[in-house]
Design a protein around this ligand. Structure first.
Ligand code: GTP
Ligand code: MG
Length: 295
């Protein structure tokens, strides 16, 4: 039996959360086409007859410009120190630039096996993939290099086998039916944020936070949830609400459906909007919504 911890790291938007969801076969981490979607560490557990892998999804590594950014990058950095194997995700056309230097600087002192994953292989031809591989192999001594597609699933079976091969012998660390360390309250907040990211454009999404103010589970399994979408500026409030309340209604409907899929029960979701100026630099508020303490 094999068991151990594996983290996914890399620049924002390379597909870390999409890949983790694909590997465990469930939608736990939210994803979007906007950079800096993941803001905290998300643990998920995969178990089969070969053993158990605990995955750590992390925020994208970038040059932080706020206290929230510092927290996010610190979370990714810390995860590297806690695992048996690091998966460094990149996209096929990525150069080895400043962002990659930053990732490499975090890896250097960790002395962990690092697997380079060229994700989004569905978007590249063989020549591009080969070029990418040789570009990165010149810069770091990887334990392995592999191309995958989190979107289509190509290469993911081979990746799972490679991970089990690399992991040490060990017992199951969690019950075999454990899926994640995230509470339903946190998952609900995240699904609401995901739908806000999807339905809002420009500079609004980065300044959005979601706070679940009430989560009442009833004896029949259904739940009443009340949550606030927090934005940074008064002018953003109207954008979140939308003409005739249509945007917030759409966010609410889509989020409710995701929560219902996961809980397999009916959900009654009430959403409202609050403004909190410069919350991304307010340590007490960040802590109160779970972006405070790293481990
Ligand atoms: N074509 C293609 N798109 C992908 C693939 N994997 C992820 N994506 C898309 O890439 C975008 C970013 O995916 P995420 O999983 O949110 O990326 P992330 O690395 O977790 O991003 P952050 O949380 O911001 O660091 C989404 O629009 C995904 O649908 C892939 O293999 N192929
Ligand atoms: Mg992510």
């Amino acid at each position: 039996m094999k068991s151990g911890f594996v983290t996914l790291i890399g620049r924002p938007n390379v597909g870390k959360s999409t890949l983790m969801n694909r590997l465990i076969g469930a939608r736990i981490a939210i994803t979007s086409n906007k950079a800096q979607t993941t803001r905290h560490r998300i643990e998920t557990v995969y178990t089969d007859e070969r053993g158990q892998i605990i995955f750590l999804d992390t925020p994208g590594i970038h040059k932080a410009k706020s206290r929230l950014g510092d927290y996010m990058v610190g979370t990714a950095k810390d995860a590297i120190g806690e695992v048996d194997i690091v998966l460094w995700l990149i996209e096929p056309s990525d150069p080895f630039g400043e962002g990659e230097e930053l990732v490499r600087s975090f890896l250097k002192s960790a002395k962990k096996p690092v697997v380079l994953l060229i994700n989004k292989m569905d978007l590249a031809d063989e020549k591009t993939l080969a070029g990418c591989r040789s570009r990165f192999e010149k810069e770091y001594d990887f334990a392995a290099v592999q191309a995958v597609s989190a979107l289509t699933g190509a290469g993911t079976e081979a990746l799972m086998q490679r991970l089990f091969d690399l992991l040490p012998e060990g017992p199951l660390l969690y019950d075999e039916d454990t899926l994640t360390d995230q509470t339903m309250r946190t998952l609900a907040a995240e699904f609401i944020r995901e739908k806000a990211l999807k339905n809002l454009s420009d500079e609004v999404p980065h300044g959005i936070a979601v706070e679940v103010e009430a989560y009442h589970e009833k004896p029949d399994g259904s739940a009443d949830i009340e949550a606030a979408i927090i934005c940074e500026k008064e002018s953003h409030k109207g954008i979140v609400i939308g003409k005739g309340g249509l945007t917030i209604k759409k966010i609410g409907t889509e989020a409710r459906q995701e929560i219902e899929k996961l809980t397999e029960a009916k959900v009654n979701l009430k959403l409202f909007v609050k403004v909190r100026k410069d919350w991304r630099n307010d340590p007490a508020f960040l802590k109160s919504i779970g972006y405070g303490k790293r481990t």
